[in-house]
Design a protein. Structure first.
Length: 231
């Protein structure tokens, strides 16, 4: 009898434990839903072949009622499309709930990186940079995939060795630079000194101020020292 009572108690405990386990949403299902959603969204929003998604760890003590329907993944307001972001997963069943899962979406592509430390204002030479495959998801601005586009430009800030060089890191003419403002027509050519009021690459427009007249004009960047205005 004692054995029977112990057996009965054990079976009831086992059934109760199994029922409880069956009534809890598995953590794996939550991270799987977040992973699939993040990967599909990344493929939809960006044109990269090499995408990697990593989901953050959930608290193992988390207990959510098992969803009777399909899990729904979504993008919470303010979430970033790439880099460190968040994916929401919710259940719209009789006992609804939602959870937010940290996710990192990495995009790998060929980009220009510094081969050695570069000081602010330093003219970049070809030996200072190289092309390599890196995660660009955390880089500000667009990245360069052609070394020739960087050679001859100036570092706007200190750039550490191995750092990706983005559009916010370099300029050919930088704000505050002294430049020669040239103007040329079929009958006249003049040059005057000025100060750049914005950053620009070769062929881009920058705002410059004439040192003599204090007039502010738009000019096209020719090289590190010269901009051109039309007359």
């Amino acid at each position: 009898m004692k054995y029977d009572r112990l057996l009965t108690t054990f079976l009831m405990f086992s059934i109760s434990t199994t029922s409880m386990a069956q009534g809890i949403q598995s953590l794996e299902s939550l991270t799987h839903a977040a992973y699939n959603y993040a990967f599909k969204q990344a493929q939809y929003q960006v044109t990269h072949d090499d995408i990697q998604v990593t989901t953050g760890q959930l608290d193992p003590r988390l207990r959510l009622v098992a969803c009777s329907g399909q899990l729904i993944a979504f993008t919470p307001p303010g979430s970033r499309p790439i880099g460190n972001t968040t994916v929401g997963v919710r259940c719209d069943g009789p006992k609804p709930w939602s959870i937010y899962i940290p996710v990192k979406i990495s995009l790998y592509e060929e980009a220009v990186v510094a081969t050695q430390p570069l000081k602010r204002g330093q003219i970049i030479k070809q030996s200072d940079i190289k092309l390599t495959k890196v995660d660009i998801s955390t880089v500000r601005g667009f990245v360069f995939n052609n070394v020739a586009l960087i050679v001859g430009s100036k570092a706007k800030t200190t750039i550490h060795s191995g750092s990706v060089i983005g559009s916010s890191s370099v300029c050919v003419v930088c704000k505050g630079d002294s430049v020669s403002i040239t103007a040329k027509s079929t009958s006249i050519a003049v040059a005057m000194s000025g100060i750049a009021l914005s950053d620009g690459a070769v062929g881009e427009n920058v705002r410059v101020q004439n040192n003599s007249s204090k007039r502010i004009v738009d000019a096209v960047v020719i090289n590190q020292d010269t901009v051109k205005v039309g007359i």
